[in-house]
Ligand binder design. Sequence first.
Ligand code: UTP
Length: 472
Amino acid sequence: MSRIDQLRSRLEAVGQSHLLTFASDLSESELAALVVQVEAIDLHQLPALIDRYVRSEAPASVPNDLEPAPYYARNARDWDARHYRALGEDLLEAGRVACFTVAGGQGSRLGYEGPKGCYPTAPVSGKSLFQIFAEKIRGAERTYGADVPWYVMTSPINHDETRRYFARWDYFDLDPQNIMFFTQGTMPSFDKVSGRILLAEKGTIATNPDGHGGALRALHVSGALADMKRRGIEVLSYFQVDNPNVNITDPVFIGLHAAAPDSSGEMSSKMVPKTGPDEKVGVFCRSGGKLHVIEYSDLPSSLAQARDANGQLRFLAGSIAIHLLSVSFVDKVNADPSFALPWHRAVKKVPYIDLQTGQRVDPKEPNAVKLERFVFDAIPLARSSIVLETDRVEEFAPVKNATGVDSIETSRQLQTEKAARWLEAVGVKVPRRADGRPDCVLELSGVTAIEPERLDRQSLPQSIDPGSVVAI
Ligand code: UTP
């Protein structure tokens, strides 16, 4: 039996032989590429995966003992932030901390051609998200007198372009030796009715990146983890590519992660109080003695609405996808042969080749199921995991959509508001409108300062003119 016939019979056994429909139309090299793609799929697992997640929508199994997660409240007196700050600064000064940006997503809601990290985001200069982070890293390296290596996870759809972009901008004055790019894994995309894997071209399977949770495996497989160990990195500061306001080297958070009595120093998270019961963010909960993030769509409405005696939401702690992961934790989970994060299903529009006509179809309605892993599903694998409250303006300005909620417009407003607060904190007069919003557009580079206390008052203006547009 030829190699193709063997493959066909293996595919038939799992209901996917249609992938070879156009085999005879392909050149030798196209066919070889298709075979490589098919052989990379774990065919054994496929039927069970399709039954559970593609053809049916398995109800999320939410534990019935959910309690709100405890958290370290901002500005609280029952813990000593100064102590943890000092510990975090020690780790930064010793060069034990690296940044980790997950940038492998498709950014479909934003509708931007190109990697989302290249999107012009800063409110005055239009600097890209990658440049904003690069400048924060430069600021942190100068402040702490140590390297802060940067790991950037891409996916096959944007890896080359991301690399070219950094090279074109000369790595934004960072040492290229300290930036490592690696790709995450992919999953086939499935027709949502039949459960068949879609063809993107006659000889190419439609795939999607396997979610930000794919990072845990990709860190290991790519050699990034080994690189961290070589450099003596202990803590990874994880953030998403679409949040320009994140504090990427927060010494208090790092200190708590490393030394809080209830932290195993494996995986920690930041939260912001939810704006209301219906805000679409995951919520930190406790169950079975472990910390979990429950997606907003899975949290029973009675819990989402529940309030305590003070009228505050009981399940208040919203996840903003900011975590610390220790290198040894990522190593530990990868060493476990049974390690696998659960899949989550998303129904999306995926172009495909019609098997009858051989023509490409651009669906008008969502036709496909994508399977993704989420990074927060790793939290319960930690022995004991802590949550730190942070301020929404200070750390959460996501760019998800072209317009409306969590759009470039709201992100730029939040970046201006954050800069305004920092300037006001050192006595610069910032004009504000009657509703309290800044009457100006502001931008503060991470090279200028990484924390408001570190702003050099002497080099700042006394005041900002109403209606002005200022980058500092
Ligand atoms: P989102 O869930 O917002 O997805 O990713 P997205 O792909 O960027 O955008 P949409 O949903 O298609 O509009 C949150 C973060 O996780 C990263 C993204 O790059 C972003 O930083 N991510 C997401 C990955 O790195 N890999 C993935 O497979 C998915």
